[in-house]
Unconditional design. Structure first.
Length: 302
């Protein structure tokens, strides 16, 4: 059986959308449709119901998906064995898919990938930006090998989470913002913070959500003005322009702090947020994923 058909079937099952699966596989949609039809014909089994909103697995399709994922994982192991057997210099080869939120994708993972490329140039890393819920779902379906989660507490029965480091947080504003100019008289307290404008990372960012909860608790009759962005760069730009404050990982604003474009708000301190390395408990960790795992601790504060 051609495992390309199995891989296409799994992609369509995960996305429930032929167009999205085609984009993920870098194939034409017509090719994806033809491959799914070819697999259904070979198995003599209807795998999907075609609905106006997309495609949905049939009962038989759901049963088939579990077996297909097992076959694809076995294929991955076989390729890893073949690759390691051919590497006389001890370098690992292979493909690993890792995801993290934008905080870590922009600040930490480029250095990890660069170092891995020097030590193991045969490893290809597919880096994706995902929040916690999306990453956990992708680990469950096998779309990801590893994920980095910014979460202090995790409890997933099927996902193993190992504490890797703690990421320092900092509340920042423009040096010209009134909060910064008035801070010489007294540190800012929570009551004053609740009266400010904020530009924060999107909802679902664990440390931003906790900060908002505290602001709302301390606000009293004041309603904090909060704008959420899917882009850290957008939040940084608004804050640098003097429009408000933001709570961000120090690694994301270190250059701006050093250059004087941003300044730390004197006032409450915020606990570092935990960085957790997540993987599926029952899935095999390939040599490529193990190599990336070993490289990660060298790029975080300890």
């Amino acid at each position: 059986m051609d495992t390309r058909l199995l891989r296409t079937f799994a992609a369509v099952a995960r996305t429930e959308n032929l167009t999205a699966a085609a984009e993920r596989l870098h194939l034409a949609q017509s090719t994806v449709t033809a491959q799914v039809q070819a697999l259904e014909k070979e198995l003599d089994l209807r795998l999907f119901d075609r609905l106006p909103r997309g495609v949905v697995l049939t009962g038989a399709g759901r049963e088939a998906l579990a077996q297909v994922e097992a076959v694809l994982e076995a294929e991955s192991r076989l390729r890893a064995v073949a690759a390691s057997a051919g590497g006389a210099d001890g370098r690992v080869t292979g493909h690993v898919v890792v995801a993290a939120g934008e905080t870590l994708v922009s600040a930490r993972l480029p250095g990890v990938i660069a170092a891995l490329r020097r030590s193991h140039p045969g490893i290809e890393v597919d880096l994706r930006t995902m929040g916690t819920a999306t990453a956990v779902a992708a680990l469950r379906t096998g779309e990801l090998d590893l994920a980095l989660l910014l979460e202090d507490e995790t409890a997933f029965r099927d996902i193993s989470c190992t504490p890797l480091a703690r990421e320092p947080l900092v509340l920042v504003c423009s040096p010209e913002h009134p909060v910064a100019r008035n801070a010489a008289d007294a540190p800012v307290d929570w009551a004053e913070l609740a009266r400010q404008d904020y530009f924060l990372h999107e909802q679902g960012c664990s440390y931003s959500d906790r900060f908002v909860d505290r602001l709302l608790t301390e606000a009293g009759g004041t309603q904090p003005r909060i704008t959420r962005f899917g882009s850290l760069e957008a939040a940084r730009s608004c804050v640098a322009a003097g429009l408000g404050l933001s709570l961000l990982a120090r690694a994301n604003v270190a250059d701006a702090l050093a250059a004087g474009r941003l300044t730390q708000v004197p006032g409450p301190r915020f606990p570092d947020v935990a960085v957790q390395l997540a993987r599926h408990r029952r899935r095999w960790l390939s040599p490529a994923a193990a190599a990336l795992t070993a490289e990660l601790p060298h790029h975080f504060p300890q």
